[in-house]
Design a protein around this ligand. Structure first.
Ligand code: ATP
Length: 354
């Protein structure tokens, strides 16, 4: 598998002129391994769609370049690129049958009728559209239309498949099942894919790698677990999952962990940033499930429960600290732990997760 099958080098796009220039994508660099699915994730306006459109060739970069399998795309028009896009609104031709919608690109390429029939039928079988070839798009459900749109992209045998928020028009339940289908299919075909979404759960469940973007810049690239456990900054930590932020001072540095001073008590945190030294002020991200309320004792950070909600498999607490910050805490399997209610004093154990 090639490590840099798709490569973005110093890719930049600005819109408008000097007076009201918007830098939508700001000198980004990214390598996508062959066969991987990478999501571009970030808040509205962070530049993910613009990046995708530059890969497809719909936008010309202001600077930098896109390489696919080692070949520069700068001079190659969109219809000649080895890419295909699955759109949010499906973009199917309403007056054509499902078969003809899928066949469209192959016919433009002037492939023979036999080839078109073989390829379209193969892909319809692969995607589970066997019996729908004669229907028109309006006779299909939203989920089926999205599958036709995926089939139409895949039948072109692109080197890189691009997804532009493909599930946003589906209802919540269908979104979950369709994203699992997309992932299975993508892995079966082994096609290198770039997927744009602003839905963090979608990104976490689909991706080999997640690229977190903000204001035209890449903030972090990593596997879903890396991004969740080792966010590089506050933006990433707050964007993915729930996060409590604690301001602490490093008391001592050990090989695998940091001992921190926090509100007069010592807590430990995994040490994965090797540059941190004794005496540094650090911002610690404590995920809600990595804090456990216990009976108070002098070694634990103390707090008062201001809210507690029982969910059966989970207990959610809000605990106020002496400095008045309120922590969000989630305890799984509450039957194995003491249950606290509003007004209870608790000691907080910070679990050392890495
Ligand atoms: P969303 O999730 O809302 O689609 P996004 O992360 O995909 O957001 P982009 O669509 O890439 O963001 O836009 C990035 C920035 O560039 C935004 O500030 C946007 O307003 C601006 N922008 C995008 N397209 C154009 C355009 N054609 N002309 C001018 N500005 C644009």
């Amino acid at each position: 598998m090639k490590e840099a099958y798709l490569e973005l080098k110093d890719l930049t796009k600005s819109f408008g002129n000097d007076a009201d220039k918007v830098v939508a994508v700001d000198h980004i660099n990214l390598q996508v391994k062959e066969g991987d699915l990478v999501t571009l994730l970030g808040p509205s306006g962070c530049g993910k769609t613009t990046t995708l459109r530059m890969i497809a060739g719909f936008h010309t970069p202001t600077g930098g370049d896109v390489y696919i399998d080692g070949v520069s795309m700068n001079q190659i028009p969109p219809n000649k690129r080895p890419t295909a896009m699955v759109f949010q609104n499906y973009a199917l031709f309403p007056h054509m049958t499902v078969f003809e919608n899928i066949a469209y690109g192959l016919r433009i390429r002037k492939e023979s009728n036999d080839e078109v029939k073989r390829k379209v039928e193969d892909i319809m079988r692969l995607i589970g559209l066997e019996n729908l070839g004669d229907r028109q798009p309006r006779q299909l459900s939203g989920g089926q239309q999205q599958r036709v749109s995926l089939a139409r992209a895949l039948v072109m045998e692109p080197k890189v498949l691009l997804f532009d928020e493909p599930l946003s028009n589906l209802d919540a339940k269908l979104r979950v099942s369709t994203r699992l289908e997309i992932r299975k299919l993508q892995q079966r075909v082994g096609i290198t894919s770039v997927y744009v979404t602003h839905d963090q759960e979608e990104a976490m469940t689909l991706s080999d790698k997640v690229v977190i973007m903000d204001r035209g810049l890449i903030q972090q690239v990593g596997s879903p677990a890396e991004i969740y456990s080792h966010p590089v900054n506050r933006f990433v930590a707050g964007f993915i999952g729930k996060a409590n932020f604690l301001q602490a001072v490093v008391d001592s540095v050990e090989s695998e962990q940091l001992v921190l001073q926090f509100l007069g008590k010592k807590i430990v945190a995994p040490r994965w940033n090797k540059e941190i030294k004794t005496g540094d002020e650090v911002l610690i991200v404590a995920r809600p499930e990595s804090i456990l309320p216990e009976h108070p004792n002098e070694e634990l950070v103390e707090g008062v429960v201001v809210n507690s909600v029982y969910f059966g498999s989970q207990m959610l607490y809000e605990v106020e600290l002496p400095d008045h910050t309120v922590l969000q805490i989630e305890v799984a399997d509450p039957q194995y732990h003491p249950i606290f209610t509003q007004g209870h004093k608790v000691g907080l154990a910070f679990k050392d997760r890495s």
